[in-house]
Write a protein that binds this ligand. Sequence first.
Ligand SMILES: *Cc1c(COP(=O)(O)O)cnc(C)c1O
Length: 448
Amino acid sequence: MNDTPQELERWDRDHLWHPFTPMQVYADNRPIIIEKAHGCFLVDQDGRKYLDGVSSLWCNVHGHRVEALDSAIREQLDKVAHSTLLGLGNVPAIRLARRLVELAPAGLTRVFFSDDGATAVEAALKMAVQYWQQSRRPKPGKRKFLALRGAYHGDTLGAVAVGDPELFNRPFRSLLFETIRAPQPYCYRCPFGLEPASCRVECVAELEQMVRKHADELAAVVVEPLVQGAAGMIRAPEGYLRRVREVTRQCDVLLIADEVAVGFGRTGTMFACQQEEVQPDFLCLAKGLTGGYLPLAATLTTDEVYSAFLGRPEEGKTFYHGHTYTGNPLGAAVALANLDLLPKVLERLPAKIDRFREHLQRMAQLPHVGDIRQCGLIAGIELVADKSSKQPFAASDRVGVRVCRLAMEQGVFIRPLGDVIVLMPPLAIDLALLDRLCHTVHACIAQL
Ligand SMILES: *Cc1c(COP(=O)(O)O)cnc(C)c1O
């Protein structure tokens, strides 16, 4: 326990391969090593504090070291840390399944647990395909998916196949199943060349046509409701999601709502689907589910889907899929404590969202800010070399990384998506810290 900071830095460099991290650059810089945290702050081993401006990668809800969450884990630890969900129940997982069904859009009555966002999506994809083979009206030809350009659904191969091939996935293309790709509702760089004033939501009209055309082979449409996260916080126009739901219903295609990033209050409501009164056939949840404490995910679905998997074992209708730590009791216990705290946090969100909007409107005046997209406590700030022509910076300028590095020096931890600066503070952040986060980021962008 008494390793020196220098030793830890060396071992980090010598042995640890970080996710989504260009390791050569990482190894050239002095690493920041987090030792502890409290509230909205992370503290490194030199005692330097960083405001957690991206909720530890979009998952933290109430801050760090929250008494109610800490003690939920400690109390569960006195009972059992883990026991399998394969053919066996456990108390927190059962209680959590019931709570999720109560909170979720109507019709989602069955909960399948897994460990992270990618596996929550993966389970939905497999369930959808198997459903069409076993449904009361079997249509086994329906085994393809339609997803959007810019989509991100996680890094396991099925999730990668529905994600945008351009995003991170070039090396794996040969391994992926074919996915039908619809345009993305990227209003700032509209794929149809329209301006907001002339927009008739052509992008969703095109999606509707594609769903109609491919209905016989489509198992499901996969979307990130309201906001495409990793694409750069792309905010869909109002009514977009509702129209996706309408066309999928008309064409007998299932709808998978990946709310891994936007669930649990992030957009201002418990779930993003609720803002357009959409009831998907699958709801994928992870990130905020445990308040950002432990890896746990859930795939919710309907009785209609679930019942297609019933029958005598020899009929072969069982969903043979699962992970060792599925429904982990520690994770489920802290998720329950998170859900207990959420209603109060949601009540206080509107004032924070308004204040956030005011800050963002000021940032929009800065010379290199091309577009700002906000939804609840999510913001994507797209930086451009030239505002009037929307000309992007050269990739080699790494402006997103540079801005985030400046912020780090000022004690604010943020991570970009290319040239989009992401702000996604814990929902429990207070107004004073929200001001500090936005002022710092404003100043760092102004330095460009
Ligand atoms: C983060 C994310 C995932 C993947 O979740 P992991 O827990 O990282 O596997 C899937 N979908 C969306 C929309 C996400 O933002």
